[in-house]
Design a protein around this ligand. Sequence first.
Ligand code: R5P
Length: 274
Amino acid sequence: MDWGLQNRLSRIIKPETGRTVMLAVDHGYFMGPTHKLEEPRKTIEPLLPYSDAIMCTRGVLRTSVNPKSHVPIVLRVSGGASVVGESLTNETITTSFREAVRLNVAAVALSIFVGTPHEHQTLKNLGRLVNLGEDYGVPVLAVTAVGKELEKRDARYLGLACRIAAEIGAHFVKTYYCEDFAKVVKGCPVPLVVAGGPKLETELDAFELAHEAVSEGAVGVDMGRNIWQSEHPVAMIKAIREIVHNGASVREAQRLYEDFKKAGSPLLAKTQTR
Ligand code: R5P
């Protein structure tokens, strides 16, 4: 891998642990003002110090992220469909590579929709982006998206989609955690990060997801709603970091989450210093 590509990728997947906690805040590109991401800056700013990278569109980057921030950006460059439209899978490339380079991104990301009527189009999008990524030294993250068909998230389908993404040249792949996830990892020769998916019932469920994913070979998470839709987003991301980077168990993460919550509460913090 070329020096620039390696250098950019190592800003996201930290060489110290070989892992990453990416913060996904790109939901608005097809979901509009998603619950708790209505004002992106308010959601993003407190979480930045604990994010190894953030995944967002150019619109959110320009309006809601301080350009003096050092956080690596994974720029979502695909889109063209919405939750109220006919199909979520009809995506094109919406942001030029020139723009991505001007925005000093660490990587670009797009969705592929394997097994849908737009499979060919979205795989062609991936091929084009990888060619440009190789030209400019910018890694490409392929997201194995399922649109509204959440039930598609099994090892057979995700294994197929991840492998196709890697074969076309994606430098890393984002997918879902599923039963037999190790099989998905085995068949994919590039690093995998897992999405959180819609908000799970409890924090514990999210800790379990992150723990299982990294135990079975993911290099980390690219998590959104399970962090920022939590009542305590900062405590949540800090606990997820403990799992991903420091090997905390689910139980330890839960205990740390409770501690981080208390530390984050101004009233309690004051009481504790007395
Ligand atoms: C797909 O790439 C989406 O835009 C999100 O980035 C992805 O689903 C991760 O966010 P969440 O953890 O909320 O599913």
